[in-house]
Design a binder for this molecule. Structure first.
Ligand code: NHR
Ligand code: GAR
Length: 217
């Protein structure tokens, strides 16, 4: 955190921004953190409308306007650093970030991923959970490192897969869990209860298990 006791958060999105909304709503009652900006790589992301409605600064950086991934990430870092971010939150952000970026924000970069990591890293997770015959599925908040979807897990929420479930059914139920665990993890970080050490994620002075805190609604 900076010397003021409030945590400056920048949220990166690519789409609907329902996780952004859940965090906005949660922080409305929580003055120890504020979202100072929302950045999207897509100009038509609905999350930008949500940011505007909440009075949060919005920026669009279209990755296609940059020569390569590093040039895009450097522009992103510029905007984020203008807002003096203490924490960068990926909320449905769909561009893989360079090691330069993940190193710059080491220990202050979180992502929510729609699977029970380390299962189903990458994209299309709901269909892949069905194809694998998994009996459970869910979502994970993790610290972001160079390794895609491989950083230390902070919190996970699990749901049972029913025989008749489609990928869309799973997406809907996983989303509802995401909206519970992401605001919680962000608040832990903003309150100084959560940090990343060399040995893994620490909550209230205790190392978390490799699957993180197990959330039960
Ligand atoms: N970057 C790093 N370095 N490490 C992580 O753990 C990251 C990351 C960037 C994004 C989110 C992640 C997810 O939760 C995330 C974690 C995008 C892709 C992807 O393949 C994969 C994983 C995630 C996000 N993106 C394509 C790309 O070429 C583009 C896909 C598209 O535009 O639809 O960047 O799942
Ligand atoms: C969420 O389900 C999130 O886990 C997933 O995209 C959705 C974004 O929803 N993230 C990824 O797949 C990252 N590659 P939202 O825009 O409504 O928050």
């Amino acid at each position: 955190m900076t010397d003021s006791n409030s945590c400056n958060i920048v949220v990166l999105i690519s789409g609907s921004g329902s996780n952004l909304q859940a965090i906005i709503d949660d922080l409305a009652e929580h003055p120890t953190a504020r979202i100072c900006a929302v950045i999207s790589n897509k100009a038509d992301a609905y999350g930008l409308v949500r940011a505007e409605q909440a009075g949060i600064a919005q920026h669009v950086l279209n990755h296609k306007d940059f020569a390569d991934r590093l040039a895009f990430d450097q522009a992103l870092m510029n905007v984020i650093d203008q807002h003096q971010a203490d924490l960068v939150v990926l909320a449905g952000f769909m561009r893989i970030l360079t090691p330069e970026f993940t190193r710059h924000y080491a220990q202050r970069l979180l992502n929510i991923h729609p699977s029970l990591l380390p299962k189903h890293k990458g994209l299309n997770t709901h269909q892949r959970a069905l194809d694998a015959g998994d009996q459970t599925h869910g979502c994970s908040v993790h610290f972001v490192t160079e390794e895609l979807d491989g950083g230390p897990v902070v919190i996970q929420a699990t749901l049972p897969i029913q025989a008749e479930d489609t990928a869309n059914d799973l997406a809907i139920r996983v989303h509802a869990l995401e909206h519970q665990i992401y605001p919680l993890a962000v608040r832990w970080f903003a309150d100084g209860r959560l940090h990343l050490s060399d040995q893994g994620a620490v909550l209230d002075g205790q190392y978390l298990a490799s699957s993180g805190f197990q959330f039960h609604s």
